[in-house]
Design a protein around this ligand. Structure first.
Ligand SMILES: CC(C)(COP(=O)(O)OP(=O)(O)OC[C@H]1O[C@@H](n2cnc3c(N)ncnc32)[C@H](O)[C@@H]1OP(=O)(O)O)[C@@H](O)C(=O)NCCC(=O)NCCS
Length: 174
């Protein structure tokens, strides 16, 4: 998976040595609470290690799941993903590509999610991706603000993805 840079950030593949950070991030209710319909926290280092292996196995010219790091120090900040969305059961339409973000709570409030997502979207557009969506729980106001800052249009409620009621955000990259 390629490395993507922005003014402050380096997005790089997850590495096996990142397991304790990933566990710290994903074991927090604050991180997963809006990932409905069934939010579950990560519980063990083995789960984190297995998740990192799955992330590293993605071999695609555009999609990926990156570790967000601060370039100056190498500090891990969170996760940025770009992949086909999970379509609700019974859905027949092809899955659009979704973008998503998880930041460690210690790093909120610095605009890192917006900066990381903007860099990934620029990279994906240059590689031919034409359209991207994001879905958020209606209560997830911080994530909705990130979507709007990135220039996504809010297109109302949907149950087309993850078998749950989400707000749909859409953005054309052409
Ligand atoms: C979503 C997330 C990445 C945002 O992190 P962040 O960019 O550091 O958030 P910020 O603190 O900079 O806030 C972003 C915006 O939301 C606003 N905001 C933050 N918390 C808010 C709240 N509880 N209510 C209303 N607005 C809020 C901020 O004021 C800011 O608005 P602005 O763009 O007008 O300045 C972070 O909250 C997170 O990782 N959450 C857990 C995982 C998650 O829910 N991911 C999204 C799944 S859809």
């Amino acid at each position: 998976m390629r490395i993507i840079r922005s003014p402050r950030l380096t997005l790089r593949p997850w590495e096996s040595g990142d397991a304790s950070f990933l566990l710290d991030l994903e074991s927090r209710w604050e991180t997963v609470r809006y990932l409905t319909p069934d939010p579950t926290t990560m519980a063990t280092l083995d789960e984190a290690a297995a998740s990192i292996l799955r992330r590293r196995a993605i071999d695609h010219p555009v999609h990926g799941i990156w570790a967000i790091t601060l370039t100056e120090t190498g500090r891990l900040l969170g996760n940025l993903l770009l992949k086909p969305v999970s379509v609700s059961s019974g859905g027949s339409r092809p899955a659009p590509v979704e973008i998503g973000w998880h930041l460690h709570p210690d790093t909120y409030g610095h605009g890192y999610a917006t900066e990381a997502a903007d860099a990934v979207l620029s990279d994906a557009a240059a590689r031919g991706l034409e359209f991207v969506i994001a879905v958020t729980d209606p209560r997830n106001l911080a994530s909705q603000r990130v979507c709007l800052r990135l220039g996504f249009a809010e297109n109302g409620a949907t149950r087309d993805y993850y078998d749950t009621d989400y707000l749909l955000f859409e953005k054309s990259l052409v």
